[in-house]
Design a protein around this ligand. Structure first.
Ligand code: 3PG
Length: 211
């Protein structure tokens, strides 16, 4: 992962975990988030139109990093790459998925939720990992404890994170950004409340960046 990508994620600090149900929402949603200063966008492959959404966001030439999340198969790695995803995120990372992830031409944040999984990913060359599901798997206390013996692995925790607990994670030296769906409420997307989403992104980011 390039230092520029890490820096961008650190500056963004909240990575929205986006689930698009209607491809028409993709570009307006991305524009709203970018207007709010949130410019690293993870689109989950949980809906039929997810790949089209990624493609449309890419074609709109937005000033953002657009990635694909919920990658669980080699076929999804390939289809995400073909859609133009600049980074990939997995919820968990079986050994069988590693070759495809290692061959991907872009940043990869492989998911893990235990110390052994994290160490296995580090051995495979992945120094920035997704910690998922963050809250049920031990939360910020887990990552703080892991930072002692394994200080060289950094994390993007997601799963159960919101404004109430994001700060606990972002204060840790081994966390580069937090991810979550709370910043992109489905109801606001369905109603096309782009200004509200932009404001939510802006206010959330400002609150989390201030000390
Ligand atoms: C993910 O895929 O990272 C999670 O579904 C996001 O979790 P959240 O919905 O609890 O934020």
């Amino acid at each position: 992962i390039s230092p520029a990508t890490i820096e961008r994620m650190e500056a963004c600090c909240i990575i929205p975990v986006i689930t698009i149900h209607n491809v028409k929402h993709a570009v307006p949603l991305a524009k709203a988030l970018i207007a709010g200063g949130v410019d690293v966008l993870e689109v989950t492959l949980r809906t039929d139109c997810a790949l089209d959404a990624i493609q449309e966001m890419k074609q709109a030439k937005l000033d953002a990093l657009i990635g694909a999340g919920t990658i669980t198969t080699e076929a999804q790695v390939n289809s995400a790459a073909n859609a133009g995803a600049e980074f990939l995120v997995t919820p968990g990372t079986p050994a069988s998925l590693l070759p495809a992830l290692m061959a991907f031409d872009g940043a990869v944040f492989p998911g893990c939720s235990t110390v052994s999984e994290s160490l296995a990913l580090r051995s495979a060359g992945f120094s920035v990992q997704k910690f998922f599901p963050a809250e049920p798997a031990g939360g910020s206390k887990f990552l703080k404890a892991l930072g002692g013996p394994v200080p060289d692995v950094h994390f993007m925790p997601t799963g159960g994170i919101s404004m109430g607990n994001a700060r606990q994670y972002l204060d840790l030296p081994n966390v580069i950004a937090v991810g979550g769906s709370w910043i992109v409420p489905n109801e606001l997307i369905e109603n096309g409340e782009w200004d509200v989403i932009a404001l939510l992104a802006k206010e959330s980011r400002e609150e989390l960046q201030s000390d």
